[in-house]
Design a protein around this ligand. Structure first.
Ligand SMILES: Cc1cc2nc3c(=O)[nH]c(=O)nc-3n(C[C@H](O)[C@H](O)[C@H](O)COP(=O)(O)OP(=O)(O)OC[C@H]3O[C@@H](n4cnc5c(N)ncnc54)[C@H](O)[C@@H]3O)c2cc1C
Length: 340
């Protein structure tokens, strides 16, 4: 994995939509994937037609990304089969969608899976089912199939016309920038080492394995305000932390809560056996999406925008806009899982 991010003078090179295939610097390309026009109907308060019919399902899952597919897998394993996954895009996967050229498949977003810690019981179970984890060693630690492991992954940044190691823009950084980076890293280390009386971490993966309520006041603060409150004003540090927020949540410093932003840095711990190695595939996490979707085809409905979910009677009703048909309908279910 040779992840590389290109910045020019600290500013990301502009991306253009598919309507403008030439960004003007000789590079052909554009943003693909999201049907932003469909999604913006929700944001802009579009008046959807009244649902003309009602269907029934046991469980309605909104969103066919990794979270929705994981929920479907869990339901399947518990013997619940009467669910439907409603996905606004024309394909499932969300941030873990992938594409393919005549040469190779490739990821659009998420491209690797950090090795799951012992708390990530479900992820390890899934990887065992797939043969990615081959067995456990005598200490009960997973032994991975080497084929799926990327050893010694490196991340690089293209800045001021050359490549540098790591994502923090060291090239041209001042002493103040580096001092703030060191102070930031020390604080993230403290969060990583923090344990409550029961030995639980504050920032764990999955979140449910963490100490309930620890540092949750950070959820009422944006990551931007958190950085400001610590005096971390370095533009380079802010760029680096914003990169992390975009990488995990697709949102900037202003839109990411301080709890979530810290989670990026404090939740990951090197595996005792494999260090910082990661799992990856040519299509990135799209490989996992394809495996998770196996056997679900009849219950996945792409091109369906859920524009309203509300309790009705003892259950719930989801109102859905069929993007291709331009029509609306409702799905009444015992429960809804919002994975969007
Ligand atoms: C650029 C980027 C790179 C990343 N790289 C990695 C990585 O390398 N490794 C990693 O582990 N994680 C990575 N992540 C984190 C990644 O987001 C998660 O790993 C995972 O893919 C998120 O899955 P999700 O299902 O929670 O959300 P999403 O992937 O966002 O899925 C939500 C789904 O819900 C759909 N939806 C939204 N609203 C509606 C609606 N109203 N009606 C119907 N459907 C709706 C969306 O279209 C989408 O398909 C990355 C994230 C980003 C943004």
């Amino acid at each position: 994995l040779a992840g590389g991010v290109a910045v020019a003078g600290g500013i990301l090179l502009g991306c253009r939509g598919p309507d403008s295939p030439d960004p003007g610097n000789g590079t052909l390309g554009g943003i693909v994937g999201s049907s932003h026009k469909t999604g913006h109907r929700l944001r802009n308060g579009y008046e959807f037609p009244r649902p003309a019919r009602t269907e029934r399902a046991g469980v309605v899952i909104v969103g066919g990304g990794v979270a929705g597919l994981a929920a479907a897998r869990r339901l399947n394993r518990s013997g619940v089969r009467d669910f439907v996954i409603l996905e606004l895009e024309d394909a499932i996967g969300g941030n873990s969608r992938s594409g393919a050229s005549s040469v190779t498949p490739y990821p659009w977003g998420a491209h690797y899976l950090p090795l799951p810690g012992g708390e990530a019981v479900e992820v390890r179970r899934f990887l065992r089912d797939l043969g990615v984890i081959e067995k456990d060693d005598r200490k009960g630690r997973p032994v991975y199939n080497e084929r799926h492991i990327c050893h010694a992954p490196q991340e690089r940044l293209f800045i001021h016309g050359r490549w540098q190691e790591g994502i923090f823009p060291h090239t041209g950084a001042s002493e103040e920038d580096l001092a703030q980076l060191a102070s930031f890293r020390e604080e993230m280390d403290r969060y990583r080492r923090w344990r409550d009386g029961a030995g639980r971490r504050a920032f764990a993966i999955p979140r449910s394995a963490g100490s309930p309520g620890a540092f949750r006041d950070r959820d009422r603060l944006s990551m931007a305000r958190f950085l400001a409150s610590r005096g971390w004003s370095s533009q380079r540090l802010r760029w680096y932390v914003e990169y992390a927020c975009r990488d995990d949540f697709g949102a900037g410093l202003e839109e990411t809560s301080a709890w979530a932003g810290v989670h990026y840095f404090a939740a990951r711990e090197p595996d005792p056996e494999y260090g910082d190695n990661v799992l990856t595939w040519p299509e990135g996490n799209g490989w996992l999406v394809a495996r998770m979707a196996e056997g679900l085809q009849d219950r996945v409905r792409p091109g369906q925008l859920v524009f309203n979910v509300e309790p009705v009677g003892g259950g719930v009703r989801a109102d859905v806009y069929d993007v291709a048909g331009g029509t609306t309908y409702s799905v009444e279910a015992r429960e809804a899982i919002l994975a969007c």
